[in-house]
Design a protein around this ligand. Sequence first.
Ligand SMILES: NC(=O)c1ccc[n+]([C@@H]2O[C@H](COP(=O)([O-])OP(=O)(O)OC[C@H]3O[C@@H](n4cnc5c(N)ncnc54)[C@H](O)[C@@H]3O)[C@@H](O)[C@H]2O)c1
Length: 250
Amino acid sequence: MNRFEGVNVLLTGAASGIGRATALRLAAEGAAVFGVDLSGSGLRETADSLPPGPGRLHTHVADVCDESAVVDAVACAARELGGIDVLVNVAGVHRTTPIDRLTAEDLRHLFSVNVVGTALFCREALRHLPDGEGVIVNVASSSATHGNPYMSAYSASKGAVLAFSLCLASEVAHRRIRVVPVSPGTVATPLTARPDMLPSDLDTSYYQRIRAPFGAAGPEQIAGVIAFAASPDAGYLTGAEIRADGGSHI
Ligand SMILES: NC(=O)c1ccc[n+]([C@@H]2O[C@H](COP(=O)([O-])OP(=O)(O)OC[C@H]3O[C@@H](n4cnc5c(N)ncnc54)[C@H](O)[C@@H]3O)[C@@H](O)[C@H]2O)c1
């Protein structure tokens, strides 16, 4: 498929996991991708994995929480690509926060990366996205709408991403710009492999009971859903969450 030939994509979180898989998928379908991340070495690994073909990948190191760095990154993307058609916000962090250990710093960090970063990229990219064609895909999480122990702070941040995306969809609908929140379930990435994902001193029996009938997802499966949401195939889809969790919450 070449659904993204001639399409310029700005994508955050391109150095790892779902963001890397999405950058590679969109480039494989012909996109020119401007990948942003905190990790320069991760971005180089993504660039090294780019398949031969018409797609291109530019990389740019920036912290999505830093407002001036976001303004600069979006301006750079528009300049280097010659415009921005699609924004995909994937950069995000997770922290396991049992309520008795929850700190204000945990909350600030989660909201700063997951919510503030997403919102700032939307604000800046909307100055460039073309009316009638522009698309924003924001990665939320199934935990935005489903309760899981030790995830109250993370889930609250992802609930904010979901609510932000729905409101923004209605705000920019008059420009016929689409905004689609995509909510993965558990995906095997460095984020879920972190040793502090579920510390061994916590009761994890809840998580042992949760199983996706379709098995564990790889980042490529979520990249496929994001590619659909960003493509003309989803041209009538806006302000509606796509939950891709392999049936974990049926
Ligand atoms: N893996 C899962 O199970 C899962 C489930 C639901 C939602 N998500 C969401 O999907 C997104 C991607 O997660 P992943 O599993 O691929 O994680 P990951 O850790 O593999 O990738 C996250 C990327 O975000 C980047 N990043 C983090 N903070 C940043 C900052 N301040 N500025 C710029 N870049 C920053 C990291 O460097 C990394 O490259 C996140 O928003 C996450 O919350 C993941």
